[in-house]
Design a protein around this ligand. Structure first.
Ligand SMILES: Nc1nc2c(ncn2[C@@H]2O[C@H](COP(=O)(O)OP(=O)(O)OP(=O)(O)O)[C@@H](O)[C@H]2O)c(=O)[nH]1
Ligand SMILES: [Mg+2]
Length: 468
């Protein structure tokens, strides 16, 4: 399925090196568009129209004007539409020096090609319906992926995972549009309550699906950009000890005196590939002195800014002392940790703790000793799991990685909010349908299903590497 209006500049012959600049064992130069086989044949000295598609041919490349011998090369040709771009294509696999690349580029220009712009090959693949826009963007994401999780997310998107998720929501909303349009025929009557319930359920299902996609962006962002982890709890719970244990260095001062840490202290570690900023804080307690009070204020701010808090409880003390602070903090994403497990609290004490804290948050404490490092591995695993929602482990989960996508999804969610409001307020169906149209157009911006502004395409493809 071809998309958008085609200009001459969408089909003319383009050329670019597809490999990184500089020296390498080989370099690849790519031609695509009208006359690709003829132009390629001029350099290779053979009739590429007759070449078997996708098969490498050993050829001598020559300058079509001077007939100068340029390089010994492997040449491969494809006939459109069965090619990456959907057009006739030729690739020269040549020796990877800047001088050879330049000579073959010059010869290609002489044979009638022009320089490709960044992303132009993939743009054509999109325009020719070889892939949708989300998949086209995944090509670049894959080529620039720096971490294992980024690679997996890009690959899932390239296989159409994101598009599939968006399209299934779109399908449901089109069904809703049709139902509402049918209801327009009965304008005098208010919509029956049971119909409204059906509409509401369709809207909330769609919102849940989109919210999940939006959340996947935050998880993905943490995998790429890192996260902040803050330690909180009463004085002497062992926050600074845990800070040091994760850092594997005696950085923070540890002492048996409650109130040792008075200010926040930060350090960065790499935890299973995630850059993690650790924030040690002043212990939270009532009736502190003036300086400690300032520290506690900073602790609360640090918790607000953090992606995840670890709430430490001294397993050798009574849980009641920590309760007031825990009630304040438990709304924030956090893990509950019982430290000093080496002090051998009885199982009854621990059950009691789980009951007391569990009533507030439903969490059971992770058993830890910063002294013997018992429970450290489990704690590290739980931290990663909380921050990534399992995304660093999972195989083929759909994950939003592009700012452009998440913005479109957020706008779709806003418009769906208006749809829901409209249904609740008994708005005439035709107005509700208008908001639904907005949702659909935002979803289509992700996949590029509808005719898109050339401007959007320019923005998307301008970030690509040359030759992609
Ligand atoms: N037995 C035992 N003692 C521990 C453990 N972790 C910390 N401690 C001791 O508990 C005391 C307080 O430790 P810190 O790490 O300074 O506690 P904190 O939470 O940073 O305290 P403040 O900075 O005062 O808020 C020190 O004497 C530590 O040696 C542990 O796992 N087991
Ligand atoms: Mg401390």
């Amino acid at each position: 399925m071809a998309r958008n209006t085609r200009l001459d500049s969408d089909v003319d012959l383009i050329v670019a090196p597809a490999t990184a600049p500089g020296r390498g064992a080989i370099a690849v130069i790519r031609l695509s568009g009208n006359g690709a086989l003829e132009a390629g044949g001029k350099l290779a000295g053979s009739d590429l129209e007759k070449a078997e598609p996708g098969r490498l041919l050993l050829s001598k490349l020559r300058n079509p004007n001077s007939n100068q011998f340029l390089d010994q090369s492997l040449v491969v040709a494809w006939k459109g539409p069965r090619s990456y771009t959907g057009e006739d294509m030729v690739e020269f696999h040549i020796h990877g020096s800047p001088a050879v690349i330049e000579a073959v580029m010059e010869a290609s220009l002489l044979a009638g090609a022009r320089h490709a712009t960044p992303g132009e090959f993939t743009r054509r693949a999109f325009l020719n319906g070889k892939m949708d826009l989300a998949q086209a963007e995944a090509v670049e994401a894959l080529a620039t992926s720096q971490t294992e999780s980024a690679r997996r997310a890009a690959l899932t998107q390239l296989q159409g995972g994101l598009s599939k998720a968006v399209l299934s929501i779109r399908k449901e909303l089109i069904r809703l549009t049709a139902m509402l349009e049918a209801a327009v025929d009965y304008p005098e009557e208010d919509l029956p309550e049971e119909d409204k319930d059906v509409y509401r359920r369709m809207v909330s299902d769609s919102m849940a699906g989109l919210a999940e996609l939006e959340e996947s962006y935050n998880r993905g962002r943490r995998l790429r950009e890192g996260a902040r982890l803050v330690f909180a709890g009463l004085p002497n719970a062992g926050k600074s000890s845990l800070f040091n244990a994760l850092l594997r260095r005696e950085r923070a001062i540890v002492s048996p005196h409650p109130g040792t840490t008075r200010d926040t202290l930060e350090a960065v570690i790499d935890l299973k590939g995630i850059p993690l900023t650790l924030v040690d804080t002043a212990g939270l307690r009532d009736n502190p002195d003036e300086i400690e009070a300032l520290g506690i204020q900073r602790t609360r701010e640090a918790v607000e800014e953090a992606d995840l808090a670890l709430f430490l409880v001294d397993a050798s003390a009574t849980p009641q002392e920590s309760l007031a602070e825990y009630r304040q903090l438990h709304h924030h994403p956090h893990l509950l940790v019982y430290n000093k497990i080496d002090s051998h609290p009885t199982s009854e004490t621990l059950r009691n703790m789980d009951a007391v804290f569990g009533e507030i948050s439903g969490q059971a404490g992770i058993h830890l000793s910063t002294k013997s490092r018992q429970g450290m591995t489990l704690l590290e695993e739980r931290i990663i799991e909380e921050l990534t929602g399992g995304a660093s482990e999972g195989g083929s989960e759909v994950m939003l990685t592009s700012q452009r996508h998440v913005e479109a999804i957020r706008r779709a969610l806003d418009a769906l909010g208006a749809v829901r409001q409209g249904i609740d307020d008994g708005l005439s169906p035709e107005f509700v349908v208008m908001d639904l149209q907005e949702v659909l157009s935002q979803l289509d911006a992700v996949t590029g299903l509808r005719e898109l502004d050339e401007d959007i395409l320019d923005v998307v493809f301008s970030t690509f590497c040359l030759g992609k």
